[in-house]
Design a protein around this ligand. Structure first.
Ligand SMILES: C[S@@+](CC[C@H](N)C(=O)[O-])C[C@H]1O[C@@H](n2cnc3c(N)ncnc32)[C@H](O)[C@@H]1O
Length: 220
């Protein structure tokens, strides 16, 4: 389990107490020193002083539990969710409220957000009011839960990316015409099976539907 921006160990310490293997990443040298002093003796905790945007991610599957530094939220999610080869399985994150709303919109505003939402189930669990923190930030926060959707294949994900890009380029084109252009004829029933009205503009198709469709197209 990773805690990115481990700070004063408000998350690292209870994680460590579960017996999980925890990697605490903290950029600030003084916080890192205190984290080591407090938790470094435990066999299951490793503290590294590093930038969460660039330290080497584990090469086996991992989870993240973290109240992430708000200023690098996009960079971190890009790193954790973006690559096809990501080993992230689940993440429980505290993020800024506005950010949480953006990444959980059913029809995301950019191809990148759609890519994340197609491959991960992203749920906004609850609001965390600013007064829950000391010192209180100027904005509210939210608890996000992210879970990798099962069954993704490299070919399916390549098709998914192509579909999302095509949908973004021509948002008013029908789903049927967009999918036919990429995958050939006979897509009408396939779209229906995935709950997509073939005549619907691509802008109205939700990312999980694109992902399921792409995986089925990948084995045709
Ligand atoms: C939102 S607080 C996390 C609070 C933490 N859970 C605690 O118990 O104190 C952000 C922490 O992230 C650290 N931080 C900020 N930018 C970072 C970065 N790029 N990489 C790693 N840590 C970072 C800060 O030094 C701070 O300790």
């Amino acid at each position: 389990m990773l805690d990115l921006g481990a700070g004063t160990a408000a998350i690292t310490a209870p994680l460590a107490a579960t017996g999980a293997r925890v990697l605490a990443v903290e950029r600030d040298p003084e916080f890192a020193r205190r984290l080591r002093a407090r938790l470094g003796a435990a066999d299951n905790v490793r503290v590294i002083q590093a930038d969460a945007r660039t330290f080497p991610l584990p090469d086996k599957e991992f989870l993240v539990v973290s109240s992430i530094p708000y200023g690098i939220a996009t960079a971190l999610l890009r790193r954790l969710l973006g690559p096809r080869t990501t080993r992230l399985r689940r993440a429980a994150l505290v993020v800024e409220w506005g950010f949480a709303k953006r990444v959980t919109e059913p029809l995301p505003r950019s191809t990148e957000l759609a890519w994340w939402a197609a491959r991960f189930d992203i749920q906004l669990l609850r609001k965390v009011p600013a007064h829950c923190f000391r010192p209180s930030p100027s904005v509210n926060s939210a608890q996000l839960l992210l879970r990798r959707r099962p069954g993704a294949t490299p070919r399916g994900e390549r098709l998914l990316w192509a579909l999302l890009r095509a949908a973004r380029r021509q948002p008013t084109r029908s789903a049927r015409s967009t999918v036919t252009a990429l995958a050939g004829k006979g897509t009408h029933r396939l779209l229906r099976r995935h709950g997509i009205d073939p005549a619907m503009p691509t802008a109205g198709v939700r990312p999980p539907s694109w992902a399921a469709l792409a995986e089925e197209l990948a084995v045709r």
